[in-house]
Design a protein around this ligand. Structure first.
Ligand SMILES: [Zn+2]
Length: 571
């Protein structure tokens, strides 16, 4: 393509609200524009990258035998009601009503719709099936931000496996695991597979593929010793043993005028590791107590994963006072009955503890948690902290901010059961197939590449997804020999299947070089009168910026070689 006739609206400055590097560079480079918060228009350059990312994913899905579909983005409420997610998805789901009054949703994911189609599977001989699509999804994000990293409308590759039994699901899951590693290698993304929370999907196991980046929204615990890695939403660690303080036969009350915080109580001689923190939540409508050690943060996702609760919100002051008779700062669970009490595992066999007495300005000391509190459920509820020891090998855990680039789930039978999917097994017995679900956000992968492939001059796309692989920059477009040479190289490169951009714009060479660097084309050939006097052009790789003189006669072969090598990197 000729730059002079393309629409590549590069900008000197990024929009003020753009914080993430990928957001700034994709807007400045003319790849995309925001229509409204969380919704982006892909401009021609951006769409080329998006399409190439999609094609890498498509090739690797096809390679594991997956079959491509395209399902509607708009769904009847009935399929979501069948699985119970019409309720549980809450405000995340875009809902609308058509002219006949029918409830509809914009798809966030397609487990229900694919399972509906799987009704037409009849026999175990039809299994396994791997089905996928690349389709637009909608999610009513409360705070869209960071350009393509957190949006409300996005293209996703989602795939689904159907197997007769768990062993089959393991095979489908592992095939996806391997395919995802190949996909991310080809995108030149260093994506670490980590244990993840299954969240709203449910299911028995899930793995996220995480790319370390300050623009990410997830924290991952990583062990440098044994390779353990997990999203902090489910990460565990080994805590150093705390010696219990001595305590009597029963808790004792003591006055704590004005003491309302863990820190203040600590200053009064009760260190946080000897305090029980009492949190009051409304869980699916019921007032519920959640107990943790004073210095341990509560991790709501662990609670949701363990209990399946849908609505988990902190109770307000009136609710707390009605339930416990005191205000936050003096709350406790000793002697409490009639409320469900959850306690973090780290409180097991702890005694000599201090906690609120459910009377303002009074606390209890000498509390033996198992003796004095009617704990209903012991769960892992705390957020681990950087530097805590790996539970497997004892090495200190590091916590890294990451972008979630992919997520794979073993779903089990939840959706196939909800949609009444059965097949006959070898004995003629009806069986419900087990499912897996596997996603990669196309735009998010593109943004993750931009986050990890740039320098002070702009983007540095890997060859596999660069919008163009080679740019021919003509220094003086009114120099006939230069344009003649450029046209010949352009034709030859196109004939060799190279994505080549001919910068035939009139204008200062410095501006053209800067634009080519900003949009991140991997290879640049500079064609100028001085070089051509010696039949020489200049070849520059975007990665290192070094200039190499190459004879005009050799340059096409050199470029084709570099492009082909670059495209297959990571395969
Ligand atoms: Zn370890």
């Amino acid at each position: 393509m000729r730059w002079s006739s393309l629409f590549i609206p590069t900008l000197r400055d990024a929009p003020a609200e753009a914080e993430a590097v990928s957001h700034r560079l994709l807007v400045r480079g003319g790849f995309m524009r925001q229509l409204q918060s969380g919704h982006y228009s892909m401009l021609p350059l951006g769409w080329r990258v998006h399409q190439k990312v999609g094609e890498v994913i498509r090739q690797e899905m096809d390679a594991i035998g997956a079959q491509e579909f395209l399902l509607p983005a708009m769904h009847p409420a009935s399929v979501w009601q069948a699985s119970g997610r019409w309720e549980s998805m809450g405000d995340e789901m875009f809902r609308l009503t058509d002219r006949k009054g029918a409830d509809l949703a914009l798809g966030m994911t397609h487990e229900e719709v694919f399972a509906g189609i799987a009704n037409e599977l009849n026999s175990y001989r039809d299994l396994p099936q791997l089905w996928y699509q690349i389709q637009w999804k909608f999610r009513d994000e409360p705070r869209p931000k960071s350009g393509l990293l957190r949006v409300r409308e996005f293209a996703m590759k989602d795939s689904y496996s159907f197997d007769l039994d768990d062993a089959g699901l393991d095979v489908s899951f592992d095939a996806h695991h391997d395919a995802y590693q190949r996909i991310f290698r080809r995108l030149d993304l260093d994506a670490l597979p980590v244990e993840a929370s299954s969240g709203a999907m449910g299911g028995s196991a899930s793995i996220e593929f995480m790319v370390e980046s300050s623009a990410g929204e997830d924290d991952v615990a990583i062990c440098g010793g044994c390779g353990y890695s997990a999203n902090v939403e489910r990460a565990t660690s080994a805590l150093p043993k705390v010696e219990n303080r001595p305590g009597g036969d029963a808790p004792e009350r003591f006055a704590t005028p004005g003491i309302r915080t863990i820190a203040a109580l600590s200053e009064a001689g009760h260190p946080p590791e000897h305090q029980v923190k009492t949190l009051v939540y409304r869980v699916d409508g019921a007032i519920t107590l959640i107990l943790l050690r004073g210095d341990h943060p509560f991790l709501e996702q662990k609670f949701v994963d363990a209990t399946g609760a849908v609505e988990v919100v902190p109770a307000d002051g009136d609710e707390i006072r009605a339930a416990l008779g005191a205000s936050p700062g003096s709350l406790g669970a000793v002697g409490v009955t009639g409320l469900t009490i959850y306690a973090d595992e780290s409180l097991r066999s702890r005694s000599g503890m201090t906690t609120g007495a459910n009377e303002d300005d009074v606390h209890l000391e000498g509390v033996d948690v198992e003796r004095d509190v009617a704990v209903d459920h012991w769960l892992d509820l705390r957020s681990i902290l950087a530097g805590e020891a790996c539970a497997s090998c004892g090495v200190a855990l590091r916590i890294a901010r990451c972008i979630e680039a992919g997520h794979i789930f073993k779903l089990g039978r939840r959706y196939s059961e909800a949609m009444d999917v059965t097949v006959l097994d070898a004995d003629g017995v009806n069986r419900v197939p087990t499912m897996g679900s596997y996603g990669i956000g196309v735009g998010r992968a593109m943004a993750a590449v931009a986050e990890t492939h740039h320098d002070e001059n702009g983007l540095v796309w890997p060859m596999s997804i660069a919008p163009y692989e080679v740019v021919l920059t003509v220094v003086k477009v009114d120099h006939e020999e230069s344009m003649g040479c450029a046209e010949r190289l352009y034709d030859e490169l196109r004939a060799a299947g190279v994505d080549v951009l001919l910068d035939d714009r009139a204008g200062r060479p410095g501006v053209k070089f800067a634009d080519a660097e900003l949009i991140g084309i991997p290879l640049r050939v500079t064609i100028g009168p001085r070089g051509l006097e010696n039949s020489i052009v200049e070849l520059t790789a975007r990665t290192d910026g070094e200039r190499h003189d190459v004879p005009v006669a050799d340059v096409v072969a050199r470029l084709v070689d570099l492009v082909v090598t670059g495209r297959s990197a990571g395969r």
